[in-house]
Every structure is written in structure tokens, then in C-alpha cells.
Write a protein that binds this ligand. Sequence first.
Ligand SMILES: [Zn+2]
Length: 341
Amino acid sequence: MKAVYSDQAGGHDPKRFVLRGKFAPGEERPERAERLIAGLRAGGHELRQAEAFGQGPRLAVHTPDYLRFLEESAAEWRALADASDEVLGNAHPVRRAGTMPSSIVGRAGWFMQDMACGIGPGSWAAIASATDVAVTAAELLLGGERAAYALCRPPGHHAYRDIAGGHCFLNNTAIAAQHLRAAHPRVAILDIDIHHGNGTQAIFYDRADVLTVSVHADPSVFYPYFWGYPHERGEGAGEGCNLNLPIPRGASDEVFLSAIDAAAPTIRAFVPGVLVVALGLDASVEDPFAGAAVTTDGFRRAGQAVARLGLPTLFVQEGGYLSPSLGSNLQAVLGGFEAAA
Ligand SMILES: [Zn+2]
């Protein structure tokens, strides 16, 4: 399958985030994309640069105030006295029962859920380019391709309509799904990143036209902690259109694959015209976040399981951090899919 990327992704290079109360080195590094591209080359995939689609697809999912904040905050932050080189909120509203302030420090808290979303001078161009990657790849499917892969960096599935979180700013998966809605009355999203896709879930929570399914480590002991539980089924028109399949931390290939298989009947019953796979690779046994113990062969079988759904499929890169197997795990998922499709 064809793969889309952007050479602007490297401009986003967050240096630190807060982990267990300490500043830790940024895990969502430019080198991730380099290793993923190496995996794509090894898999023989044709690579192409993203085209620019402007703000339209972003505005179909995110709010104008939030987009303005992402675009302008780095410059405003630098004008603060004695500030770090990256925007990082440290005062957040409880349950949003407040008013968006004018202060850049206040707005950073307003628009950021946690302290894992540093914005530097080159971040906006990269964040925007990731959505172009997603839309370019979605266009390949609209043009008749059976499958495509979008190397989106930074990732997106923790991003809400107007909140960043967990290394995510704009929800590339949601933007791709919304773009595909133009041609398909129903779109299904299957998120196999080891973290729950809380932003994607929230964006479509009250909608009947987009099914959201997430396989992830038990959120009672793993980020994003507050969402990802089985009782979250959607609301209003979207009641029944969200399915969470948490698995124990440290889960093996068999447990991971069983959860993907358990998602299949719900996806089939929804009768989607197209499937978007939120493809995190951080379920890997070698991933630094240690959420699960999936092997490269497990990822190959995950690709086969996705292919058995028999749907036009767009893979959108989510998490998956630096490890020796990052590139080969991507190659395994896409190769498994193609061999079984
Ligand atoms: Zn993740």
C-alpha cells in the first residue's frame, strides 16, 4: 500500500514532559518518523509527501480558538519573562467550569490536559502537516485505493476538539474519519494503540455515523486513566457506537489479538463503508511505556486480523516510541494486512 508522510514533522521536537512528578526527556521525538520510514522502505511501500489541504479539514473537527492557540502560542510564550522554550501549561481548569483567560499561561492550561504537550517554535508546522498527511492518505482511499498508511507525527488520538493531551494536538484519526464521511455514510475507527483513544472517543461520542472501538491497557492503572472503561458506550444518537476493550497491563500476543477479534462483530454489525485503524505500536514488548508485551509476530497477526474485516482500510500512525523494533513492527502490521487482504 502507499504511504504518506511529511518532511515538516521534524520541526516538532518537544524536549521534556512531566512523568511521575519529574521532567523526563521527550519520548515523542523526530527519530520516531525516521525509524517508521525505514520500516516502510523495508516493506517496499511507495512513499509520497502530503499535499496541503489548509484549515478546512482541521476546522471540521477542532475549534477556531484552539487552532489559533496552537498556531500562535509559541511566539506569545517566548515573550513571557523567564519562560521555558516550550509552551507547557501548569494551571488547568477543573471540569472546564471557568472562563478562557487572555494570559498565555492561562490559555496553555485551558487548552492542555496534561504536561506532555510542549509546543516549540517548529511545532505548529509539524502539527498542521500531520493532518495533511492524514487527509492525503484518506484521499487515496476516496480515489479507489484499497488501503493506505498515514505517517502522522505528532500523533493525535488523545486530542479532543479543543484540548491537547498525551503528546497529541490535532486528532489526525478523527480528521481522516470525518474526511471519509464525505463518501461513506458510516465510518468505523479501530484504535489498537496501547493507550485508550480518549480524544477520538469524545469527538464522536454522541454520533451514530462514526463507530469508535479501542483496544488498550486497563486505564485504571495506565494513561489516560479517566476514560477507556467498558461502561462508556456513547450517548444520545451515539448510544451503542463506542466500544472499549481494555486488556491487562503486560498483555501477551494472544490477549491483544483476542481483544481485536472481539471487536470484529461490532465493526461488522455497524456495516461501515471504510475502516480507519488508529495504529499505535506502543503495545510492543520493547516499547519504553511498557503497556503490553506484543511481539513483532503479534503485530503481523494484528494486520491479518484487520484484513479479515474485509474493508477499505486507512492506517493512521498514533503512538509507538523509540525501540529497536519500532520500524519492523510497522512493517509487520502492514505486511500482515497485505498478505491476508
Ligand atoms: Zn499510545
